[in-house]
Ligand binder design. Structure first.
Ligand code: GLU
Length: 279
């Protein structure tokens, strides 16, 4: 079946074999005639992104033999789309400002016995959700900077029960509460991974979102955001992650397995595609 898929790397380092697997997976999932494979540069985290990594990503993907449909969507150029989505959620009363520093959150979690944990660690304890309105207003008026968090139980009350379809695992009950009140706008960049990825997948007309199993839990949040924002609902395919010889997941620190190093060591694109699990 022809699908619109995308590969969405962040230009915070060089691509490694795990990224090659993900990119080749997305391109193959677009299917035959009529399928579209798009590329999106996820560069909202400005301090961590570098133009030279973006250039290297495009070059390495082309070297691997991938061809994507132009134009490349650069996420940082679409801040207005992200802000509009945020404003809609805010107008519905589903967001609250969070003034907590990382340290305050860690201290609060350490204080409360039995603090709830999700798949990615302890959940935000909800300190700022419980702030009195007057206290909140005072801090905002004093110019204290704040992130914006999703009030996940209010949001679920609004959306009702949701499900989503994973090509490998079938129908999944959306459980966004497992990630708690996630940040939708960081105080430094005014948006977040969850918000930007959801809005951009919709605006790019993605019908099948492919990505690694490590992001499976994020999909619960994205499904909820789609319902709240009235966005079309794609299907998902979370693929397995490549591991190194010792069974550890490949990550950016494995520079030895970056496509750049493999290429400079004389490996041909076909050989690297094979290493990434694609003949
Ligand atoms: N930009 C994300 C990453 O580099 C992937 C985005 C997604 O597929 O949801 O891990």
């Amino acid at each position: 079946m022809a699908e619109t898929t995308r590969f969405a790397p962040s230009p915070t380092g060089l691509l490694h074999l795990g990224h090659a697997h993900s990119a080749l997976f997305a391109a193959a999932a677009a299917g035959g005639p009529g399928g579209r494979f798009l590329l999106r540069v996820e560069d909202i985290d400005r301090p961590r992104c570098r133009p030279e990594f973006e250039a290297a990503i495009l070059e390495d993907l082309a070297w691997l033999g991938l061809a994507w449909e132009a134009p490349v969507r650069r996420q940082s150029e679409h801040a207005a789309d992200h802000a509009a989505a945020l404003a809609r959620l805010e107008a519905e009363g589903l967001l609250y400002p969070c003034f907590c520093t990382r340290r305050e959150i860690a201290e609060e979690i350490a204080r409360s016995a039995g603090a709830p944990h999700g798949p990615e660690g302890p959940l935000y304890p909800g300190t700022c959700r419980r702030l009195a309105g007057s206290e909140r207003a005072e801090r905002l008026a004093a110019g204290v900077s704040a992130a914006l968090r999703l009030d996940v139980s209010a949001a679920q009350a609004r959306s009702g029960p949701l499900t989503w379809q994973d090509a490998a695992q079938g129908e999944i009950r959306a459980a966004p509460e497992t990630l708690g009140d996630v940040v939708l706008a960081r105080r430094d960049i005014g948006t977040s991974y969850h918000l930007a990825v959801t809005v951009d997948d919709a605006l790019q007309g993605i019908t099948l979102v492919t990505r690694g199993q490590d992001l499976f839990h994020a999909t619960h949040v994205h499904r909820l955001l789609q319902a709240l924002l009235g966005l079309p609902v794609p299907r998902w395919h979370h693929h397995g992650l490549l591991a190194d010889e010792s069974g550890r997941r490949l990550a950016k620190r494995h520079d030895a397995l970056s496509l750049r190093v493999l290429r400079e060591a004389g490996h041909a694109p076909e050989a690297v595609r094979r290493m990434a699990g694609f003949a």
